[in-house]
Design a protein around this ligand. Structure first.
Ligand code: NAP
Length: 242
């Protein structure tokens, strides 16, 4: 069975990515942290598409949790190959750096940057042995441009971009590609508190994007035909910045 692991697959962009990869024929491993109801909703959607999947609950910010849950899944599923890994789980906890608490800095860095490192390292060896893999990291406009009030989030996403470019060069000869997708403003729970009417004025496309529009780009990078694209960052931001 060919599998795709999507971290933070219970809601928002991650859910749309799960559906996109399910349509591409993958068995979907839907990771989530705590929202089991929404994770089951994603799983039902996958089944409705005629595909299969399963839930894998672990906290990407906790390396022991990753080892215990994902590590044991890999041990028990030696016949099944994770061909596609999408590091999508992320949180934001904004504030001006002057007043930013240790906990705000650490939790955001741990989720995006440490999460990328520990999850990817866990599945990488099997991809290298199989000589095939697609790793796609969901970063952000904030990691490219830097946004005020998001020193933690910008640092985390910029860190993932740097690490992706390094890793891409390490594994390219084994047909493993590593790319990033950098969304701008996308309609999900994460942007719920933002005023779209006010912000859309500065977006050339004049609207927020949809999770499906991000998922479409992830699906493209996950496809076999994208094998000559690696160490790349593709923006999905309505022309806001590139
Ligand atoms: P969202 O609606 O808030 O969903 C976040 C998802 O990540 C949920 O599935 C959540 O699981 C999961 N998650 C959070 N922390 C986790 C952890 N420690 N371990 C495992 N799963 C965890 O967010 P979104 O807008 O879809 O964002 C998805 C990704 O896109 C993030 O990396 C975000 O930084 C990035 N992004 C979003 C936007 C935007 O405008 N929305 C823009 C740029 C980049 P639970 O349901 O269990 O909580």
């Amino acid at each position: 069975m060919k599998c795709a692991l999507v971290t933070g697959g219970s809601r928002g962009i991650g859910r749309a990515i799960c559906y996109e990869l399910a349509r591409a024929g993958y068995h979907i491993l839907v990771n989530y942290r705590s929202n089991e109801v929404e994770a089951n909703h994603t799983l039902s959607g996958i089944t409705e598409l005629g595909a299969s999947g399963e839930l894998l609950q672990f906290d990407v910010a906790n390396k022991e949790d990753i080892q215990q849950v994902l590590g044991s899944w890999l041990e028990k599923n030696t016949e099944n190959h994770i061909e596609v890994l999408v590091n999508n789980a992320g949180i934001k906890d904004d504030g001006l750096m002057m007043w930013m608490k240790d906990e705000q800095w650490e939790s955001v860095l741990k989720t995006s940057l440490d999460g990328f490192f520990y999850v990817t390292r866990t599945v990488l060896n099997a991809m290298l042995l199989k000589r095939y893999g697609r790793i796609i990291n969901v970063v952000s406009l904030s990691g490219l441009k830097g946004l005020p009030g998001q020193a933690n989030y910008s640092a985390a996403k910029a860190g993932v971009i740097g690490a992706s470019k390094a890793l891409a060069q390490e594994v390219a000869k084994r047909n493993v590609t590593v790319n990033c997708v950098a969304p701008g403003f996308i309609k999900t729970d994460m942007t719920e508190g933002l005023d779209e009417n006010e912000l859309k004025g500065m977006i050339p496309v004049k609207r927020f994007g949809t999770p499906e529009e991000v998922a479409h780009t992830v699906g493209f990078l996950a496809s076999k035909g994208a094998g000559y694209i690696t160490a790349e960052v593709i923006s999905v931001n309505g022309g806001l910045y590139s």
